[in-house]
Design a protein around this ligand. Structure first.
Ligand code: MEV
Length: 324
């Protein structure tokens, strides 16, 4: 048996359908080529050890029987609960040292918690020779993330596991890879870290007050997601851009855009983008824009002028993989 395994998984960007996807509607998500990595080593001691320098965890350890108990530092939660959930189904006969590292900042909203959960589950189960299917990795990772956050659709977990660009319905009811070769997005970071659960709760409050109104917004978002899917595959960028603008309008209506995100989005459109919208929960994190190749530079400069930081990524990246 191997003594150590390294696994990597991509980050993600939401393309269409955020928030509605929490409530049984579809979304479109793409994996990005900035990756999270986890190396898992077998230990003789019945111990869990964690080094996750990116989230300020070093020298953290506890016995396997203590997994999930006591005060768990924020940076250790996802990896520790992932291991606990594995142990519930597949009893562990040895300990593990887990080291995670990321090519992207956990501030961007690229899904570092979900990606580290997915990497942990894949690496530990590989080391135990369990050969889980992608769906089994997804289910265990989604259970872990939902157990910690209490809310969420699992789209970020699916992007980390499957990679590519996915049509996804809440909880993995549908996980459908789209066959595409190109999706030339421009990504701008707002400089503000958003908290997904806080944003989900803000939308929930509005939806408790105006349930029919908000549900009809979700239904309209579903309609545009379903139109965006073939348009992305056909590389009909003008249509995709138009639908991004419509989706952004609904996100404004849900109350999750910010002055800064809106300024970046309007600047991108003024500079010739086909369309632009926030990506993810809102409240900060990133916006995305789609522009004709000849206008790409001008759009990037306009986003930077509005105070955004351009993040250079490739979309449609490979899903989880064992590193040699
Ligand atoms: C957050 O990036 C996107 C949300 O739809 C939450 C989720 O789907 O888990 C707001």
């Amino acid at each position: 048996m191997n003594k150590s395994v390294t696994v990597s998984a991509p980050g993600k960007l939401m393309l269409f359908g955020e928030h509605a996807v929490v409530y049984n509607h579809p979304c479109l998500v793409t994996a990005v080529d900035q990756r999270m990595k986890a190396t898992v080593e077998l230990l003789n001691a019945q111990e869990f050890q964690l080094v996750a320098v990116d989230v300020k965890v070093a020298g953290y350890k506890k016995t396997l029987t203590e997994l999930g108990k006591g005060n768990i530092p924020k940076g250790a939660q996802f990896v520790e609960i992932a291991l606990k959930n594995i142990a519930e189904t597949y009893p562990l006969s040895s300990g593990f040292k887990i080291t995670t590292s990321s090519e992207f900042s956990s501030q961007f909203g690229f899904g570092s918690s979900s990606a580290s959960t997915v990497c942990t589950i894949k690496a530990v189960t590989e080391l135990l020779n369990l050969k889980l299917s992608k769906k089994e990795v997804f289910d265990l990772a989604f259970k872990t993330v939902l157990g910690i956050q209490g809310k969420g659709s699992g789209f970020d977990v699916a992007a980390a596991v499957y990679g590519g660009t996915l049509y996804f319905v809440t909880g993995g009811k549908i996980i459908e890879p789209l066959n595409l070769t190109r999706l030339p997005l421009i990504v701008g970071y707002s400089g503000v870290k958003a908290d997904t659960v806080t944003l989900i709760n803000i939308v929930k409050e509005t939806s408790d007050k105006y349930p029919e109104l908000i549900e009809s917004i979700y239904t309209n978002i579903e309609m545009l997601v379903k139109q965006a899917k073939p348009a992305i595959i056909a590389q009909g960028w003008q249509t995709v851009g138009n639908l991004m603008n419509v989706n952004q309008g609904y996100l404004e209506a849900l109350g999750v855009s910010t002055k800064k995100l809106s300024a970046m989005i309007y600047s991108a459109k003024d500079a010739g983008a086909y369309g632009a919208k926030l990506s993810g929960a809102g409240g900060g994190d990133c916006m995305i824009a789609l522009a004709p190749e000849g206008k790409r530079k001008a759009v990037e400069e306009a986003i930077a002028q509005a105070g955004g930081q351009i993040i250079s990524i490739k979309t449609n990246a490979e899903g989880i993989r064992v590193e040699i």
